[in-house]
Design a protein around this ligand. Structure first.
Ligand code: ADP
Length: 136
């Protein structure tokens, strides 16, 4: 069993996100901490200037609301965390910061692209300081 389990969730793929939460809970003990993390991808300031004002804040609120409602649908406490930055880097930073001992992450389906692991999953597997469970 793992004490602290991190589940990065892509808001565009909530269905696969829910499968990763199920696997995280199977690998978590009764007193373990399970954290759902969404990263709002940081964009250069010149590009941000083209967006309607408040776009990033609205994305954060949307992610918080969705993840809260997913977390509350489980009978165990689940923490949520929303951050801004580059996705794979934030996942690795949060894993170190919260002393995570397992990351549960989904990947592209085999044959979906030239690579068997999507870019985020591949970078997390390569650089994480803890165990990583890749769900396919
Ligand atoms: P990419 O589309 O960048 O190649 P992947 O297909 O590797 O990414 O994404 C796999 C997993 O990475 C997702 O299932 C999710 O766990 C995590 N992930 C992707 N984007 C985000 C995000 N914005 N916030 C949190 N986790 C994410």
């Amino acid at each position: 069993m793992h004490n602290t389990v991190l589940v990065p969730i892509d808001m565009a793929h909530l269905k696969e996100g829910k499968s990763t939460i199920d696997i995280a809970l199977q690998n978590a003990g009764e007193s373990s901490q399970v954290i759902l993390l969404n990263v709002i991808e940081d964009i250069p300031s010149w590009a941000a200037a083209q967006l309607p004002q408040g776009t990033i804040e609205r994305s954060k609120q949307h992610a918080r609301k969705e993840l809260n409602s997913i977390a509350q649908s489980y009978s165990v406490p689940i923490e949520i965390d929303i951050r801004l930055g580059h996705t794979y880097k934030v996942i690795l930073d949060v894993a170190d910061e919260k002393e995570v001992d397992l990351i549960v992450i989904a990947s592209h389906r085999p044959g979906f692209q030239d690579y068997y692991l999507g870019s985020t999953a591949a970078k997390v597997v390569r650089h994480a300081n803890c165990s990583v469970h890749v769900v396919r």
